[in-house]
Write a new protein. Structure first.
Ligand code: BDR
Ligand code: CA
Length: 356
């Protein structure tokens, strides 16, 4: 199995990233760190521990990381994830095992990753990049040791010629989900993101999963139904959905409602975060179009509002991706994916979790 450390801000899609990291036989999760984001750090940490309890993996160590960005106020997303960061389910109970505090999240991440054989372990970030940027600043030797860094974040738009979300060419068009230009994780701590993408040896090992890609992974009504029943016949009462399947179903139903309310996206919400986990071990899901590589930079100037979805025209937090020439090293940004393969994988993870 592929060893990885997950750094997340547990909201609805992070919960699926935890499921994939902790219940997929192809993965060995080394530990999980948390960051502020979808909700304040106390909530994202609690949600992480509660999800691990629900899937029978309270043996996985959890460490609480940064509660705010380096040099800004923390943004949160109650419009999308509710005040708790994981609103909408009745199937979560209080964790029995709290987050550990014998050392800092940064030291726990470093110890876990550096103890793996060189070139084998991944760091996956599905929240703001504050913890990740701090980790590589404090421990620069880690860059050469890890297999890679996989990040859910950013919106490319025009950087791709066939971007499914369109460009910000006309009034009302947008590529971001927090501002017209910026995706939430990058927007939260643009300086941290810039530190990661401008670290050349790190960028050469980084895979970026932007909104352009995650909007190809919609949790449609059909997908939600299939996940709830896991191939069983809905009519047979003996085959009623298990609590763990009901939990993940309720998570998707809430997420679908907020995406419909806030973005008018009626087909189903994009399941962003598990894609960053899958990128470490399941290349068959992604289409890389000839191994393209990109130089990525983050705009750090401009207005930075944190209270709720920002609709202004500021470009702060925008990721600018420039395609590099063949043979140059840079960030990998797949363009297309086969969502069916990942849904099937998540379904198998639920089967593993319900037997625990
Ligand atoms: C990202 O922001 C968060 O709300 C989600 O969990 C995901 O990581 C999508 O922009
Ligand atoms: Ca997230």
């Amino acid at each position: 199995p592929v060893a990885l450390w997950l750094d997340c801000d547990t909201g609805h899609d992070d919960a699926f990233a935890i499921l994939l990291s902790s219940c997929c036989p192809a993965v060995r999760v080394l530990g999980i760190s948390t960051v502020y984001g979808n909700a304040p750090l106390g909530h994202t940490t609690y949600n992480t521990c509660a999800i691990l309890k629900a899937i029978g993996r309270e043996d996985v160590d959890v460490y609480a990381g940064a509660s705010k960005p380096f040099c800004r106020s923390a943004a949160h997303a109650p419009d999308i994830h509710g005040a708790s960061g994981l609103d909408g389910t009745t199937y979560l109970t209080a964790p029995s095992v709290p987050a550990k505090s014998d050392r800092t999240a940064i030291e726990a991440m470093y110890a876990a990753l550096i103890s793996q054989p060189p070139g084998t372990a991944w760091l996956v970030a599905t929240g703001a990049l504050t913890n990740a940027a701090l980790l590589f600043a404090v421990h620069p030797d880690l860059v050469n040791h890890i297999a890679g860094l996989s990040v859910m974040g950013g919106a490319i738009g025009d950087g791709f010629t066939n971007a499914p979300m369109g460009t910000v060419a006309g009034e009302g068009e947008r590529i971001g989900n927090w501002t017209p230009w910026a995706e939430f994780n990058i927007y939260c701590d643009p300086e941290a993101a810039q530190a990661v993408f401008s670290n050349e040896p790190l960028a050469a090992k980084t895979t970026l999963i932007p909104l352009d890609l995650t909007h190809q992974m919609l949790a449609t009504r059909e997908v939600r139904h299939a996940l709830l029943y896991g191939g069983r016949t809905p009519s047979a009462s003996a085959d009623a959905p298990t609590p763990v399947r009901k939990l993940f179903q309720e998570i998707l139903v809430f997420f679908a409602q907020t995406y419909a309310d806030v973005f008018g996206l009626k087909d189903g919400p994009p399941l962003h975060d598990p894609l960053a986990v899958a990128a470490c071990f399941a290349p068959e899901i992604f289409d890389d179009i000839g191994g393209e590589r990109f130089a990525v930079s983050v705009i750090t100037e401009g207005e930075h509002g944190v209270d709720t979805l920002v609709r202004g025209s500021s470009q702060c937090g925008r990721t600018v991706a420039t395609m590099l020439q063949v043979g140059q090293t840079g960030v990998r940004i797949p363009r297309k994916l086969d969502s069916r393969l990942l849904w099937e994988m998540l379904d198998r993870c639920l089967s593993v979790a319900e037997k625990r």
